[in-house]
Design a protein around this ligand. Structure first.
Ligand code: NCD
Length: 316
């Protein structure tokens, strides 16, 4: 049962619990009216201390489509945080007004801290360069939909693997699925952190390699996960400017790629995928954004307590 649970990082939910969410999201995609009123009377607080388009709007769209309501802020300057209020006090207060909190914050660990002070479920919508578990649910649902299954895949992560929280969360989650191989493609300065390699991949016995050249490995991949260089997490602008265009996926670079490879990107894209690639049938990032809403509907309905009919469906 996911009712009343927090989601701070991948690993908080079991594979079986995630599988039920994917099935529920697929049911919602098939029949958008399914669960339509399951959150009637419930209130979702979206507290965004960092910019967002897809994550915040897909959560709000999800809640509205489930019959619930939303409140919150997209601009911390408009909340009492600007007056110096602590996160703990903000969370305690919001717990009085809402039934669940979705929070994005630039500090690693902020969501975990919030969950300690909240009396309602907290969903991490990104904590600094650490984790982003609902993007991972979105990515996994997309892989499942487009590849039929999550398993026996070579997944390439390309771009800013140091600061990219979506990469950290997806690599962690994928390490629990069978026969996954990972290829990390980045400039040396933006390599995936050691805690992911030694603390997760090596512990789980995951086969992985690192390279700085996309062209060398693109032909081996089943999934190519492109990412933006995370400007806001750099200490100086010069480094950002030097590294920002390290990889630009274009038609020519796609030539050696498999016909069945899918291209994912959590978005926003800046320069790392040329617009011409959007016409390629393997470009799946806008589908991915849509799956983000279905999986968040499934997640909110489950965390806030699904009605009996859906619960029965989920037990199947
Ligand atoms: C990502 C994020 O916020 O980490 N975006 C998203 O939620 N879809 C990726 C990014 O900002 O580069």
């Amino acid at each position: 049962m996911l009712t009343g649970r927090h989601l701070i990082e991948p690993g908080n939910f079991t594979l079986d619990e995630m599988d039920r969410l994917f099935k529920l999201a697929e049911q919602i995609e098939e029949d958008p009216a399914y669960l339509r009123d399951s959150c009637r009377g419930k209130v979702l607080a979206t507290l965004f201390f960092e910019p967002s388009t897809r994550t915040r709007l897909s959560f709000e769209a999800a809640m509205l489509r489930l019959g619930g309501s939303c409140l919150g802020f997209a601009e911390p300057g408009s909340s009492s945080v600007a007056k110096g209020e602590s996160l703990a006090d903000t969370i305690r207060t919001v717990s009085c007004y809402a039934d669940a909190i979705v929070m994005r914050n630039p500090k690693e660990g902020a969501a975990l801290l919030a969950s300690r002070y909240a009396e309602i479920p907290v969903i991490n919508a990104g904590d600094g360069g650490h984790h982003h578990p609902t993007q991972t649910l979105t990515d996994l649902l997309t892989i499942r939909q487009l590849r039929g299954d999550i398993g026996n895949l070579t997944v390439g992560f390309c771009g800013d693997l140091k600061f990219g929280r979506t990469v950290h969360s997806l690599a962690k989650a994928l390490s629990c699925y069978p026969h996954i191989r990972m290829v990390f493609i980045s400039p040396p300065e933006l390599k995936v952190p050691a805690y992911i390699k030694t603390g997760i991949l090596e512990k789980e016995g995951i086969e992985y390699r690192e390279t700085d050249t996309l062209e060398k490995v693109i032909g081996d991949l089943d999934v190519l996960y492109m990412t933006r260089v995370q400007r806001e997490r750099f200490f100086n602008e010069e480094d950002y400017i030097r590294l920002k265009d390290s990889y630009i996926l274009n038609r020519e670079k796609m030539e050696p790629a498999r016909k069945t490879m899918i291209i994912l990107h959590p978005l926003p894209r800046v320069n790392e995928i040329a617009l011409e690639v959007d016409q390629d049938p393997r470009a799946s990032y806008f589908k991915q954004a849509k799956y983000g809403m279905y999986i968040r509907m499934a997640l909110l309905a489950s965390i806030l307590g699904v009605p009996d009919g859906a619960a029965l469906y989920m037990q199947k």
